[in-house]
Design a protein around this ligand. Sequence first.
Ligand code: FAD
Length: 478
Amino acid sequence: MLRSLCSLRADRALQPPTSSSLGDEKRVPSLLLSTAARDPCHDERVYRKGLVASILESFEKGGYENHSAADKQWWGGLMRTAVVLFTRDLRINDHPALAAACANAETVVPLYVIDPALVGRSPNRDRFISQSLADLRSALINLGGDLVIRRGDPVAETIRLAGEVGAEGVAVSADVSRYARRRERRLQIDCDQHRLALRLFPGLTVVDPGTLTPSGSDHYRVFSPYHRAWAAAKRRQELAAPERLSLPPGMEVGRLPEPPIGESPAAAKGGETAAHRQLDEWLDHVVEYRETHNDLAADSTSRLSPYLRFGCLSPLTVVNSARTQGESEPYLRQMCWRDFYYQVANAFPDLATRAYRPGAIEPWRDAPDALAAWAEGRTGVPIVDAGMRQLRAEGWMHNRARLVAGSYLTKQLRIDWRLGYAEFGRWLLDGDLPNNAGNWQWVAGTGNDTRPYRRFSPQRQSERYDPDGAYVARYAGA
Ligand code: FAD
């Protein structure tokens, strides 16, 4: 695919984008700025929805090869240099922002900015990111480029680098958290000031948040109708990795920091290479998922969540590959849950801090000793303790154990789900705002569960999903 992109490039005149050539999208930020003070989240949502939707539309028309006009609309013509700011999309395959930059710029500068505001929240994830960056750098070097590493405020560093290399455009994968959206908005303001064309791209989910909406609402609150719409939704085309990249000569690329130690001795290793290995192994077992995914000791789920969390794998690639394996519906349904919580978080940015369900009762008590015992896996309830010890050992926990441990904390101990969210957030390699908060709220009955008062009995769950006690013995044995 990229070969034809390269030949497309040669046909186009080299011209920097002008404000008149950038189309309507380019004018949106001033609207955003003038109204942001009233309701920044609302305006950001409208802005993002329009922006990402128009990009998706171009993808849906059949990919880049056939759509030079659409490309021109995005970028205002072929650029000399574009910066691709990597955030949590640490891959080269099916990376719409990278693919578009390669199709539209002579020189592409891949950039990752180590943001001190995000470092240190989870040593496990810091290690995973560091490994993933090393792998991404190798992949980019193999293509003839490199990964430029900077440290500081991602917006300031992106603008600085764009100035150094004379870039005309910046490409970023759109994200949903409040932090990411502020970053996108600040980047838009600064790019406008510096006459840089910023474009947001899809790629963090299979279906972009905000593109599926039920009538009368800006998002789906209930999973089943969302799942129906998601299963029927048109998908963008999966994109090949670029065939080659080139950095401007003499660039100081910056050193990758040594991977931090992490806290979990048996944590998975980060990176796109490891992700594809895991996916390839997993594809042989997709058809067994229906029967085995709740069996705690069998450990027969995909374990792809950390790779999806940091974009080492494209969720679209996972879904498309699973589809080729026959009976994959139960697995695809779980992948849909991931997208579901992204569109919830997109519409409700307070998901990690405030009850989602209006009128939810929150009967929390202050019980620091019980919280510590839960976190350290010494409640005396075997299945809960096994789950919490798996979390500490591996930086990952089986979904069934997450449900039981979460229900125990919130419904038995009546401890605030936000404390559970924080504890999981410290250890989980896959810990992210939409899925961690969305699931915690579901478990606590403050979120999207249509039966908010259900509770999981640890004993019944053990009998059903760990009947011979193998899971408990593995993680909480004497
Ligand atoms: P598989 O069973 O193989 O599923 C495939 C993929 O589907 C997963 O990789 C994941 O991306 C997605 N998925 C599966 N179940 C869910 C679900 N319930 N919600 C959303 N996506 C799902 N998942 C996270 O990715 N990050 C989190 O921070 C997170 N926190 C959670 C907290 C609690 C309290 C609970 C109950 C669940 C949480 N989950 C979270 C969801 C789920 O437990 C994990 O996605 C799953 O266990 C990951 O293992 P896997 O990759 O083997 O999943």
